[in-house]
Write a protein that binds this ligand. Structure first.
Ligand code: IMP
Ligand code: MG
Length: 178
């Protein structure tokens, strides 16, 4: 069992690199079918989604564009997450078929913020891809169309996800050893 130390915490391998890549191939083939012939644009949510977005995007064999937004969530209390936009919305999204690409959906506060911002930009349709979903934490109604893996409500790192800025470069997803 592979273990890594990041700062003060230990993590153990949870979703191996090849399992992630195989799942991304499956998601990409669904997306290729669903977006065929559309004016498609992917919106990656930085920082965490940059690796997933890159791997998923290069598996698309349809006409596709990609852009990124950068959000930071400031968790004041558990129930009120305040979202700050660090890189905003530069692209003309009117009438586009949008695919939001998220690394992980936890409470869904970040996702809801992103979707609200898309709705006011008069996009044609919105679908969501998330590598990871924590169903026990998710409290929103927004449908997540392409889910890589549903995981327990535990802290994970790797494959773009960080613990205090570190661990993003791990090719597999690791879970915290309590
Ligand atoms: P939400 O707004 O609560 O859904 O949280 C979304 C953001 O919190 C994600 O985009 C991640 O940046 C971060 N996050 C949530 N769970 C984890 C985790 O287990 N590991 C690392 N980051 C996480
Ligand atoms: Mg994120």
């Amino acid at each position: 069992m592979k273990e890594v130390q990041i700062l003060d915490k230990k993590f153990r391998e949870f979703i191996p690199e090849n399992t992630i890549q195989e799942r991304i191939k499956e998601l990409a083939s669904q997306i290729n079918r669903d977006y065929e012939g559309k004016e498609m644009i992917c919106i990656g949510v930085l920082n965490g989604a940059f690796i997933f977005a890159a791997d998923l995007f290069r598996r698309l064999d349809i006409k596709a564009r990609i852009t990124f937004i950068k959000l930071a969530s400031y968790a004041g209390t558990a129930s009120s997450g305040e979202i700050k936009e660090l890189i905003g919305w530069n692209e003309d999204l009117r009438d586009k078929s949008v695919l939001v690409i998220e690394d992980i959906v936890d409470t869904g506060i970040t996702l809801e913020h992103t979707v609200d911002n898309l709705i006011i930009r008069n996009v044609r349709e919105i679908r969501i891809a998330a590598l990871l979903l924590k169903p026990e934490a998710y409290s929103k109604e927004i449908k997540i169309d392409y889910i890589g893996f549903e995981i327990p409500n535990d802290f994970v790192v790797g494959y773009g996800l960080d613990y205090n800025g570190e661990g993003r470069n791990l090719p597999s997803v690791y879970t915290l050893i309590p």
